[in-house]
Design a protein around this ligand. Sequence first.
Ligand SMILES: Cc1ncc(COP(=O)(O)O)c(C=O)c1O
Length: 365
Amino acid sequence: MIDLRSDTCSRPTDAMRKAIAAAPVGDDVYGDDPSVKELEREVADLLGKDDAVYMVTGTMTNQVGIRAHTESGDSVLFDQNAHVYILEGGAPAAFSGVLPRLLPGVRGIFTPENVSQALGVSHRFFPSTIPSPIKLLCLENTHNIGGGKVWPLDQLKAVCDLGRANGLALHLDGARLWHATAATGIPEREYAKHFDSVSVCFSKALGAPMGSALAGNREFIARARRFKQQIGGGFRQAGMMAAGALYALRHNRERLQEDHIHAKMLANGIADLPGIALDVSTVETNIVRFGITSLAAGEFVEKLYERGLYALPSGPDGVRMIPYLNITPQQIKDAIDIIASVANDHKAKASAVSVAPRTSSAAGY
Ligand SMILES: Cc1ncc(COP(=O)(O)O)c(C=O)c1O
């Protein structure tokens, strides 16, 4: 099987497994794990922050971040297709008790005007006690449902400056911040400096078996450690896993451009097939999203699966595929052939009307 469902399917290499086996460990809940400490220091330095805390998943780092910035009843500004809002099990409501206020981003990118609109205007005739106070603004770079879209740095800065001027805290879901850097050459810390907290993942494309980190200033990270523990995130000899993350950071980031090339190869190879709606120019990083008009997306991915290719359905007519560390150029060529064979078998049902290329789906992962 060629598995292009997600870059979270990336697997540890032999060298990473050796680093994991050799990792010095201690009890992380007591602050004693040397490998965890080394990872946290390295992430904090990379992102230009005081401190960082290692956790089990990107969901946990994002949601602990939201919890540490807010109190129950506060409002948070999210892009309408943000992972933190749609794809994290309802945690903003369940864990932090916050109200989402949605911004009309296009492929995850919104404008300062969108933020201003959501903030509204204050007036002495309208008591500030009436609405829920907006405390936090969240961005996602690159944007998953937005098809791996990279935030333009100027726009990111303008949005963050506006948020800050209005007293908001700023959180970045940087699960794939490495990919933004690989695509633009802009160092991670140049993006990170506009935020109070940044979540990054080692489990996406880099081959680490698990784990994410949340970075910020010392006081914020101390508060975040409390909420990590509260939701059962104290994972003792976590250095075994942190060693994989360290290896991933040091050795597997610089190769991410290969994944971007593979994503483009895949997109170019399938864009003209019958029933596929894909604008190749939307593929900026490692995520390929497209629309399918000949079959329901669920049926289409079943047919691909029968022929040896795993893909992810995304809503009724969207499909997502992502190359990563263990995917070879030959596998991309084979994937193109499999997609072509299914698309050609069903071309009679392909819509003659061209549909807008799909880059997002509210129901899609
Ligand atoms: C943008 C984004 N943020 C956060 C996450 C959550 O990461 P995890 O699966 O480690 O919880 C994902 C997962 O794919 C993601 O794509």
